[in-house]
Design a protein around this ligand. Structure first.
Ligand code: PLP
Length: 391
């Protein structure tokens, strides 16, 4: 369909909660997307860190095709082999305890918040609170929005959930002071994504670990965006060596298929009891098979080395472009601030016109989330297009 016509239909029939570009992608393979008019694009956004293995990774496609023809859904009233295998692989690759499977990042964080609050009540905390960092983003459900400092200031959706204390993202002392007897959890994105690609300093992560140990609160890392190999290690926390009690993941977990999880260390694995939590679609065989295939492909150590190397190349290239005043990130999760203090949305539009898909997290911040399989040549091509656009 003609994109103009499709835009009109979208305007008429879809709620207006998204600001969209007038482009429809109809096919994808690896690092490339094709739009409805046959134009090819280099994808440096990957559906917001979802298609990290590239579009239509053959192993993920094969797993979904095979499972779709066998069985799509049975509910959590019955056992499921793929779900158990996924739960085990997730735990074995990270915190070693047990896993709650779900369908999205927000849901993974809701589960973590519930676990932290229940554990706090169990040890006699009367008014459990969760400490969150400025700039953090944890999803769009009411609990997750309430945990996201910027969004919970929008009066449109008040009242928000009570019990969240916000501290600066780079201040060890504020964090330490904010954590006390009433603290049920400390919720941190090790590399903040929506907030503009801000890696949290190891000193802050380490202070959060100590504060959690001192009080019995759960240290929760939201790796919905920075997990699944994005930073150059399977899980972002593995770069710092500071282990959380609960780890939430989604986005790239299913290689493009919707799935999320909340993984617990052994001592946090038995907080939920039957009836405490659940979700109809959670842990379905399709999502589990897709995630198993994606995890298998992501676990290749050669791939992680290449993510680190390509990430360095990309950041070095951006740092060499005078229009950018600061370049941040880990692995292939990269943000670059325009020195002019604005213009990022226009830059994104301009790049889209040139066949490079990117995104802006704010007025002056360009965000790049290329597929983990990106080549040096593609990184150089993207740098060339960006450099062209800003000079
Ligand atoms: C995207 C994101 C979420 C929300 O995930 P959904 O799947 O959209 O619910 C939560 N936390 C972080 C860090 C994210 O980037």
């Amino acid at each position: 369909m003609d994109p103009r016509e499709l835009e009109e239909l979208d305007e008429r029939w879809s709620m207006h909660n998204y600001r969209r570009f007038g482009v429809e992608f109809v096919e994808g393979s690896g690092t490339r997307l094709i739009d409805s008019e046959g134009r090819e694009y280099l994808d440096f956004l990957t559906g917001i860190a979802v298609c990290s293995l590239g579009h239509c990774h053959p192993d993920v496609v094969a797993a979904i095709e095979d499972q779709a023809g066998r069985l799509m859904h049975t509910s959590n009233l019955f056992l499921s082999g793929p779900a158990v295998e996924l739960a085990r692989r997730l735990a074995e690759s990270s915190l070693g305890g047990a896993t709650f499977l779900c369908n999205s990042g927000a849901e993974a964080n809701e589960a973590a918040i519930k676990i932290a609050r229940k554990a706090a009540h169990t040890r006699g905390v009367s008014n459990p609170r969760v400490v969150v960092l400025e700039g953090g983003f944890h999803g769009r459900t009411m609990g997750a929005v309430s945990a996201s400092p910027k969004m919970s200031q929008d009066p449109s959706f008040a009242p928000y959930l009570e019990g969240f204390d916000v501290v600066p993202r780079d201040d060890v002392d504020s964090l330490d002071h904010a954590v006390g007897e009433q603290t049920a959890g400390i919720l941190i994105e090790p590399v903040q994504g929506e907030g503009g690609i801000h890696p949290i300093a190891d000193s802050v992560l380490s202070a959060a670990r100590s504060a959690a140990d001192r009080t019995g609160a759960a240290l929760i890392f939201d790796e919905v965006q920075c997990g699944m190999g994005r930073t150059g290690s399977l899980w972002g926390y593995q770069l710092s060596g500071i282990e959380p009690d609960l780890l939430t993941t989604a986005k790239a977990l299913g290689g493009g298929f919707p799935v999320g999880s909340c993984i617990a260390s052994r001592s946090w694995s038995s907080v939920f009891e039957p009836g405490d939590h659940g979700s109809t679609f959670a842990g379905g065989p399709m999502a589990s098979r897709a995630a198993l295939a994606a995890l298998e492909a992501t676990s290749d150590p050669g791939l992680m080395d290449s993510v680190s190397a390509r990430g360095e190349r990309l950041r070095a290239g951006l740092a060499g472009i005078p229009a950018f005043s600061e370049v941040r990130g880990r692995g292939l999760m990269v943000g670059a601030d325009l020195a002019s203090g604005g213009g990022a949305p226009d830059l994104v539009t301009d790049l889209l016109g040139k066949g490079l898909i990117t995104n802006a997290t704010g007025p002056a911040t360009l965000r790049l989330l290329p597929p983990l399989i990106v080549t040096d040549q593609e990184v150089d091509r993207a740098l060339e297009l960006i450099s062209d656009s800003v000079s």
